[in-house]
Design a protein around this ligand. Sequence first.
Ligand SMILES: NC(=O)c1ccc[n+]([C@@H]2O[C@H](COP(=O)([O-])OP(=O)(O)OC[C@H]3O[C@@H](n4cnc5c(N)ncnc54)[C@H](O)[C@@H]3O)[C@@H](O)[C@H]2O)c1
Ligand SMILES: O[C@H]1[C@H](O)[C@@H](O)[C@H](O)[C@@H](O)[C@H]1O
Length: 336
Amino acid sequence: MTINIGVIGTGAIAREHIRRCSTVLQNARVVALNDINRDNCQQIVNELTPEARIYDNALDLINDPLVNAVLVTSWGPTHEAFVLACIEAGKAVFCEKPLAVTAQGCMNIVEAEIQAGRQLVQVGFMRPYDSGYRALKAVIDSGEIGEPLMLHCAHRNPEVGDSYTTDMAITDTLIHELDVLRWLLNDDYASVQVIFPRKTRKASSHLRDPQIVLLETAKGARIDVEIFVNCEYGYDIQCEVVGERGVARLPEPVSVQTRSAAKLSTTILTDWKKRFIDAYDVELQAFINNVISGEMTGPSAWDGYAAAVAADACVAAQTSGEIVPVKMSVKPAFYR
Ligand SMILES: NC(=O)c1ccc[n+]([C@@H]2O[C@H](COP(=O)([O-])OP(=O)(O)OC[C@H]3O[C@@H](n4cnc5c(N)ncnc54)[C@H](O)[C@@H]3O)[C@@H](O)[C@H]2O)c1
Ligand SMILES: O[C@H]1[C@H](O)[C@@H](O)[C@H](O)[C@@H](O)[C@H]1O
């Protein structure tokens, strides 16, 4: 069986996902494209999917019976409306993070999905599909290091554009940790705080960079996450879990060690597309398989909501400087 996929928003990540649908993954083909900038679609047709049809209206794409499933890869603020339209049309939808830009927006999706009576949404949180994070979780779950007490994490980008704002450090960047750390610890967040170290001279005038986010979980674990999006040297994701009996670290990406010119060195990646390239393949293949089997697995609308509630609290904490409680609704039985 081949799933016919429609893609809304044909920018950087869409191009990656369309390439993987065409050349790496099984049982899927991209048949429909929509973007507010039609030229972006045309470029994809010229370079990757000659047979895909371009739609001027996203709702026409969603409602076309030819389209079995939808990828929403447009800008974050547009996600909620497109995902709701997919649920209304009864179509499975893979939505890039964030599911919606506010917790209320995510809750609207959760409620629509429950109303529809079946899970249709997978959120594009790829880290739970990463072999490194999976290996780290296996060590934690084995009990080898005892109960997790503290986590030290870092999310570093080499640089960001001028349109990147202080709150995006949370909603666009930390959101990955907010998802993956809940999954890793099987825990939820209780409170958050954000502190601002000395600012790098590389950041634009309106951006506070770096930032340190302090999270406390419901079970009492303490997490610090450094967000540093103009670190210059590379795309670097770190996660160390300190348990009662030992410490476990996220493995570094495979890189050949060289000895040359009186130096021992390994390369650090600089591009997010490469750091999680295998995880993106696995998450999207899982989505395609889920569409075929009719049963959604992986990051759900509820996971999108949980990350968004914590993100809202972090954004409030950026302004207030206070410790802000994370107040989640009770998880509906639908998502158990
Ligand atoms: N999972 C990840 O690691 C990861 C990585 C990169 C981006 N993302 C997410 O993917 C989404 C897209 O990011 P990107 O880097 O590809 O951005 P981008 O700017 O390269 O592409 C976004 C595209 O969406 C189009 N668009 C905007 N509004 C639209 C609308 N109303 N209807 C149709 N098309 C519309 C734009 O014209 C653009 O072509 C964001 O939500 C981002 O957070 C996720
Ligand atoms: O949209 C990107 C993407 O999600 C990357 O994984 C993250 O490292 C960046 O900070 C973010 O801007």
